[in-house]
Design a protein around this ligand. Structure first.
Ligand code: FE2
Ligand code: FE2
Length: 127
């Protein structure tokens, strides 16, 4: 498996998990269930970010510090929002889903990860 296909596969897995989370919210599943899925998403996201950052070091990616900062922000936001869920009602809970995690994660994949994947492809060609 190439480095890019590993990243792509993790992105697909992440989207599948986020869809599962979205379904759980739409189906009014218990908060307990929803929290569990959120924890799974956060754990998988950490693993995915670690994979990307490792590949950035290996391939000498110039924007690594900026990219790592974006990863940290996403994790911090997720943890912050998860903590906030305990205090908000159903309406805000659903509203939260319209803004996070889909929009932010998909934007990150599109605007931050795509240039990095392009960089890996280019450095593979040079090898
Ligand atoms: Fe990514
Ligand atoms: Fe990333």
């Amino acid at each position: 498996m190439t480095d890019v296909s590993i990243i792509d596969q993790q992105h697909r897995e992440l989207v599948t998990m986020l869809n599962r989370l979205n379904d759980a919210v739409s189906n009014n599943e218990s908060r307990e269930n929803i929290y569990r899925i959120i924890d799974d998403v956060i754990a998988f996201t950490r693993l995915h970010f670690a994979t990307e950052e490792q590949l950035m070091i290996q391939s000498g990616y110039i924007d690594i510090e900026w990219h790592k900062e974006k990863h940290q922000e996403l994790i911090q936001d997720a943890l912050h929002l998860k903590a906030k869920l305990a205090y908000i009602g159903e309406e805000l809970f659903t509203d939260w889903f319209n803004h996070w995690p889909f929009a932010r994660v998909l934007a990150h994949i599109q605007y931050a990860d795509n240039p990095f994947e392009e960089h890996i492809l280019q450095s593979d060609i040079k090898k």
